[in-house]
Ligand binder design. Structure first.
Ligand SMILES: [Zn+2]
Length: 198
């Protein structure tokens, strides 16, 4: 959708809209708007799309809600083209979402990862919940975890390390990271530094 005033002096921009027409759908959209606008507000325009607002009204005598978001121009990333840097940023973005106290709960779906220019965007927070993140060990180069089972880790971060983290470049050698305490800040640091190990 491309809203336009018809006046060239005013800004034109592309947006994506998400519509709901029934009570359950509108409730989910309100929940998603709250995640975008409150919990993850600081990540808009970098990790997640900019959220322009939730609008409600009557359409053909039916309650309707419309969530308006930044349009991610490149659609879903092409796995054959997206490189290590893209996946490094994606994994870092997932860590930031958890650091903000949110678990997405549907990141296993490829359709929730978008690309805007060279940057990843994570979308669809309808199943997201507030979350006290325990962090996770980085995956090894085979996508496996060598960490202690005695320390509970964040399941979503651990799974995403196996899916996307291992695409972001070779991890440090085992002996270099085996002693890491599995905290989110350390994972974030590893992801920030990974280019130096690759
Ligand atoms: Zn977590």
């Amino acid at each position: 959708m491309r809203p336009s005033s018809g006046d060239d002096k005013k800004t034109k921009y592309d947006v994506a809209v998400k519509l709901a027409y029934d009570t359950a759908g509108i409730r989910l959209l309100r929940h998603e708007y709250e995640i975008y606008s409150k919990d993850l507000r600081a990540l808009q325009g970098s990790v997640i799309p900019i959220c322009y607002g939730l609008f409600t009204g009557m359409v053909n005598c039916a309650h309707t809600a419309c969530l308006v978001l930044e349009y991610c121009a490149n659609g879903h990333p092409n796995p054959a083209v997206a490189g290590e840097e893209f996946y490094r940023k994606l994994m870092l973005g997932i860590c930031k979402i958890h650091q903000a106290g949110i678990v997405h709960n549907a990141l296993h779906s490829y359709f929730h990862v978008m690309q805007h220019g060279e940057e990843p965007r994570i979308i669809d927070f309808s199943r997201a919940r507030r979350h006290n993140c325990r962090g996770a060990y980085p995956a090894d180069r085979y996508g496996d975890f060598q960490g202690s089972a005695e320390i509970p880790w964040c399941m979503e971060l651990a799974k995403m390390e196996g899916v996307y983290g291992m695409k972001s470049g070779d991890p440090p050698d085992q002996h270099e990271w085996a002693s890491l305490v599995p905290t989110l800040s350390q994972i974030t640091q590893r992801l920030s530094n990974i280019a130096f190990y690759g």
